[in-house]
Design a protein around this ligand. Structure first.
Ligand SMILES: [Zn+2]
Length: 552
């Protein structure tokens, strides 16, 4: 997903404040903010309770009819799952404003109980462990236009044609269709059938399988997703689209835009090949080859809908006509094409198992922007781009939130997440090793739903280092580490230590002369060494790390 477009000016730092920071014993902190209190609906949606844990999703067939005039959706989701335990009840989800028409097991109507957004489905006899079952969940109603990205929107394009689209990562997919609305469990594949008035086009996820004239003024568009997919990635894009296509190393590229944007799109979307070349270089093949890669024009900025990326960046470089990081790099590329497509590797292929660990999507996707810059324009531009993100970090809450309550991490998950990964590369201090590490990490976990513990374990194992305190400090605490330096110019020595929340925090860092860095290994205990440099000349490679430095 993309973030709120921040309008933030450089804050003026007065000399007095600088003095206060320099003399403080603890790292300087922005005011900490408490996490929002979860609602009952958040707890029902965010927890992985017994009625979710007793089954494993295998397949959805979402089959809906969308009426633009009545602003109405009617249809069903066929849900196939395997029982992991004997049980008579499972939890599904559908927003309370939508009607449950009936739920069938074969021809048998099932009883159900609704509680906020949850729908608890009861079976007349025990479902047995190891067996596979399939139910048809019929529903109807007018899905809500809600949240930052719209939820489900019945809109019109500038020429007056219906333009209907979904974007529901924040709200949850159950804002418009019934499903097991959580992050841990994904179907292995999915069919999406969308009936719409003749003349309109539906673009959903996966491979286009064909369209059928239903004979009543509607045409059904069928799509098949050959891979696991997050619920929130499942999308409808219904509009007066024109289509053009291309290919990259055998991968079909399909583009859907409004007719008036056709020429602009043909030019702007040429950036897709460079994006694919860069990310395939670092991580390996595009993950959804059988489904192809698509860009679909929408009126909002963008969203990483799997294999059908939503695009609304005005066919211009930067982010919504701005230099996103303000240092003249982001104007060289289309931010939405790069950021949202990065999610195909991190977010869609590798997914977090709980929203609490969403930095696995956003921190990595933001870091992939930096890698894209490095691939195209070199390391210096990449560092300039990455470091500009420091101005956007707030450090008011940890970027990993409480799990099991559908808690959205703060926006720092993007920028601080990327800066953390950039820091980790400097800690590894061997680029050949770093490239192998991040590629190996991606390849090991692709198509899986993981938590931060899995990331940490992989990085520890494959570097032979104990990186756990570093991961914890950046992801589970509010403040970044501060390197404290005490100078004794008379004796030609310097003392150094980290101020950090993690008691065992230890991180090597490059210091000394700018043209000739040396690596020191500070811990949370003071150490002293000789230096020929005085306080003014002794530098720290802050461009390679996301840290504070105080000189005492
Ligand atoms: Zn994103």
């Amino acid at each position: 997903m993309i973030h709120r477009l921040l309008v933030r000016s450089r804050s003026f730092i007065c000399p007095l404040l600088l003095f206060a920071v320099a003399s403080a014993a603890k790292p300087a902190r922005a005011s900490q903010q408490p996490a929002p209190v979860p609602t009952r609906a958040d707890i029902l949606r965010g927890s992985y309770g017994p009625y979710r844990a007793n089954n494993d999703l295998l397949f959805y067939h979402l089959d809906v009819r969308v009426d633009p005039e009545k602003k109405f959706v009617r249809g069903k989701n066929t849900i196939r799952f395997k029982m992991l335990k004997d049980g008579t009840r499972i939890q599904l989800d559908l927003y309370p404003n939508l009607n449950v028409d009936k739920i069938l097991l074969g021809n048998t109507p099932l009883k159900y109980e609704r509680d906020s957004g949850a729908v608890f489905v009861d079976f007349p006899s025990t479902l047995r462990v190891g067996r596979t079952y399939s139910i048809d969940f019929y529903y109807s109603g007018t899905p809500a236009h809600t949240g930052r990205f719209g939820g489900f929107t019945f809109g019109t394009d500038p020429s007056g044609h219906p333009w209907i689209y979904t974007s529901c990562e924040d709200d949850g997919a159950s804002v418009w269709w019934p499903n097991k609305d959580q992050w841990r469990d994904e179907v292995q594949s999915m069919e999406i059938s969308v009936a719409i008035p003749n003349g309109l086009v539906d673009v959903s996820n996966g491979k286009f399988m064909g369209k059928t004239d239903l004979g009543d003024g509607y045409t059904r568009w069928d799509w098949f997703v050959h891979y696991p997919i997050n619920n929130y990635d499942v999308a409808l894009n219904i509009g007066n689209y024109v289509h053009f296509s291309d290919s990259f190393r055998g991968l079909p590229l399909d583009y859907y835009v409004l007719p008036e944007d056709f020429e602009k799109a043909k030019k702007q979307f040429t950036q897709v090949k460079g994006m694919l070349a860069a990310f395939e270089h670092y991580f390996g093949d595009y993950p959804f080859k059988k489904d192809g890669y698509k860009l679909v024009e929408v009126p909002y900025a963008g969203m990483e809908h799997q294999s059908a990326v939503a695009y609304g960046n005005h066919f211009a470089n930067g982010y919504l006509d701005r230099d996103w990081t303000g240092v003249g790099i982001s104007t060289k590329f289309d931010f939405i094409i790069i950021h949202e497509s990065a999610h195909e590797w991190f977010g869609n292929s590798i997914s977090a198992a709980d929203r609490s660990d969403m930095w696995i999507h956003e921190g990595w996707a933001t870091y992939l922007e930096c890698l894209y810059v490095e691939y195209r324009w070199g390391r210096e531009d990449a560092l300039k781009y990455a470091n500009a993100y420091k101005l956007k970090v707030k450090n008011q809450r940890p970027i990993i939130t409480e799990r099991g309550i559908n808690a959205t991490p703060p926006e720092d998950q993007y920028f601080k997440g990327a800066l953390f990964l950039n820091t980790l590369r400097s800690v590894v201090n061997n680029d050949a090793k770093w490239w192998k590490l991040i590629r190996g990490f991606y390849q090991h976990f692709k198509y899986q739903n993981i938590m931060t513990e899995d990331v940490v374990a992989y990085f520890n194992q494959h570097t032979g280092m104990n990186l756990t305190p570093i991961f914890n400090q950046y992801l589970r605490h509010t403040a970044i580490p501060t390197l404290e330096l005490k100078f004794d110019d008379a004796n030609g020595t310097i003392s150094y230590c980290w101020q950090a929340d993690e008691p065992d925090f230890a991180m090597p860092v490059r210091v000394g002369a700018r043209d000739h860095w040396q690596i020191i290994h500070p811990t949370t205990q003071w150490q002293t060494m000789k230096t020929p440099l005085n306080k003014d000349d002794f530098a720290v490679a802050t461009g390679l790390y996301y840290i504070n430095v105080t000189k005492l």
